[in-house]
Design a protein around this ligand. Structure first.
Ligand SMILES: [Zn+2]
Length: 133
């Protein structure tokens, strides 16, 4: 579907795809930061990423550009899946963890919302903690 759509805009060329828009976003980010921070290196990166955008847009090597785009999408999808799994694991964990402000020991607390006074098992330091769900 996307292939046919890009074919109608730029016949025989790769056209815009997800990796193109990723590089376009990087171009905008590097340009903005380069101007705000007055950093020539960031502006050079912006030029490099816009060159990659144009290269991808106008490339005639469609199998290779499609393969690169598929790899990019699989990386993005995998990181989203990992983040969702991590969030689900944290949500289902009956405990939460904090560090003692005195000795930096890792303390395991029951996941209950409210204000509590915690006593460190290692150094017996007492401190208050507010837990929100
Ligand atoms: Zn402690």
């Amino acid at each position: 579907m996307r292939y046919r759509k890009s074919q109608s805009i730029l016949p025989g060329r790769n056209g815009p795809d997800a990796l193109f828009f990723f590089f376009l976003g990087l171009t905008a980010l590097f340009s903005l930061l380069g101007v705000l921070l007055r950093e020539v290196g960031l502006l050079a990166l912006a030029i490099l990423t816009v060159a990659l955008c144009l290269f991808r847009l106008l490339s005639r090597n469609l199998p290779r550009r499609h393969r690169e785009n598929r790899i990019f999408l699989s990386i993005v999808t995998l990181s989203r899946l990992r983040a969702a799994l991590r969030e689900k694991r944290e949500r289902n964990n009956p405990y939460l963890y904090c560090t003692c402000p005195s000795c930096s020991s890792r303390l395991r607390l029951a996941r209950k919302s409210g204000d509590f006074t915690v006593t460190c098992a290692a150094c017996k330091y007492r401190f208050s903690i507010h837990i929100t769900k």
